[in-house]
Design a protein. Structure first.
Length: 459
């Protein structure tokens, strides 16, 4: 509301315009704006108590006393007015001219927004600066309780009325994956920075989950054997994960930070051994498009894929595509007794999965265990920026055809492949049951390989 003083001044301004002839209505708002921009300076009051203040107009070229602290247009640069004027600089007026990276921690910057100027502080909720998961897990490690999404869920308990839980999962629908398979696909976007910030992509897949009893635990994602408590109308729940899991420990072995690393975990990839060839391809396509949408091609610095059992087969298939499409991006692949199908038990006409042969190779420690042959050179044509670790047991998984895969001539306990003098593939055989192939020792071997590969490739 205007004061009486403002009313008097406005009347005077209008009077001046009137004395000079008809008032142009378009000019009145300009005059009024000038008065509103200039606070009245009370000098005295008349007998009626009305202000006899004069009101200076910002922009009239005169720097009045009342304008000196706020009207840079008349009074010149003012430190603190939010504008970095010609005579100001970072050193003379950091409030107006400061920026992240100028070496000064201004009042508008903090350890969370600009570690470059303000340093880092463990416990502020942001992993930046010199912080690392090994000594500041509160900021730099994944939380133990992770959000897990069902790709598709029922909005109604009775009629279902299904839909994708989040827009990014629309790729499952677009690729024709059946609704019932989408409802049984459970994914965690454990670290989900903006696409424009992502420099590293991580995808870790658990093994095939049971349809009949308790789900399968794995030390890759850290899920337990009773993780799935979802109802049909639940789209997201928080699930506790093991602190010694690969998903958690990888941040202790690498320079990665949550702020620029997209971490995605498949608790149930729903990429089952008995699915038809076409169904598997649709699901692979959905995963590949989903992961590709996580980053900008020109910004990505490295990709890390790891999977156990059927999750290992999915990871192997995805790795072949990343290797083909992004040959210059460092790609690190860890397979834990990955199980692809050399022949289909339920769909006899299907082609062997991932180029597997129907011939096998014995585990050098135990002839009861064997794995199906595949040519790794053919699977990965671009090997300059590639590092693969394949840990193989070869135990039977339910049926004889469900076993691990091996490079076709890896007859020794440790087998390595080189390209131009550089090792790009390492395979180790283990005398272990399939259910033990994702234990602490196997995860520790993977972490050591991850560290060495990061040093080698610069991930």
């Amino acid at each position: 509301m205007w004061s009486k003083g403002y009313s008097v001044v406005l009347a005077l301004v209008v009077g001046v315009f009137s004395a000079c002839g008809p008032v142009d209505e378009a000019e009145l708002p300009v005059a009024r704006q000038g008065i509103e921009m200039c606070p009245a300076q009370v000098r005295a009051q008349d007998a009626d108590g009305l202000s006899t203040a004069s009101c200076e107009v910002c922009g009239d070229g005169i720097c009045s006393l009342s304008e000196s602290s706020w009207c840079g247009q008349d009074c010149g640069p003012i430190c603190g007015d939010g504008m970095c004027d010609w005579s100001e600089s970072v050193s003379s007026c950091a409030i107006d001219c400061g920026y992240c990276g100028d070496g000064l921690c201004s009042i508008y910057e903090s350890t969370t927004s600009c570690a470059q100027d303000c340093g880092s502080r463990c416990g502020d909720g942001v992993c930046n600066g010199t912080e690392h998961a090994s000594f500041c897990g509160t900021d730099c490690d994944l939380p133990l309780s992770l959000p897990v999404d069902k790709v598709q869920y029922c909005r109604s308990g009775f009629f279902c009325n299904d839909t994708v839980s989040f827009p990014e999962y629309q790729v499952w629908e677009d690729n024709g994956v059946a609704d019932e398979k989408q409802k049984k696909t459970f994914l965690s976007r454990a670290s989900n920075p903006p696409r424009s910030s992502v420099e590293r992509l991580v995808f870790i897949a658990a093994g095939q989950q049971s349809n009949y009893d308790d789900d399968t635990a794995t030390l890759l994602t850290g899920q337990s054997d009773d993780w799935n408590t979802f109802d049909r109308t639940d789209k997201t729940k928080y699930v506790y994960t093991h602190p010694d899991s690969l998903a958690h420990q990888m941040f202790h072995w690498t320079p990665w930070q949550l702020s620029n690393t997209s971490v995605n975990l498949a608790f149930d990839a729903r990429f089952n051994f008995d699915f038809a060839e076409g169904e598997k391809q649709d699901i692979e396509d959905a995963y590949y498009q989903w992961l590709r949408n996580k980053f900008e091609t020109g910004r990505i610095r490295s990709i890390y894929l790891a999977g156990y059992s059927r999750g290992g087969c999915l990871v192997a298939r995805l790795a072949s595509r990343f290797n083909r499409d992004l040959p210059n991006v460092p790609l690190i692949v860890h397979i834990f007794d990955g199980v692809c199908a050399p022949v289909s038990v339920t769909h006899p006409g299907d082609a062997p999965e991932w180029g597997l042969s129907t011939t096998d190779l014995d585990n050098p420690f135990n002839s009861d265990y064997y794995a199906y042959k595949v040519d790794m050179f053919h699977r990965f044509p671009n090997r300059n920026r590639l590092a693969v670790l394949n840990q193989v047991g070869g135990d039977k998984v339910i049926v004889d055809q469900a076993r691990a895969f091996t490079h076709h001539d890896a007859t020794e306990p440790t087998w390595e492949l080189f390209d131009n003098g550089r090792r790009w593939y390492r395979q180790t055989w283990h005398n272990l049951e399939h259910v033990a192939m994702d234990n602490h020792d196997r995860v520790n071997d993977a972490l050591q390989h991850l560290y060495a590969s990061c040093v080698d490739l610069g991930c």
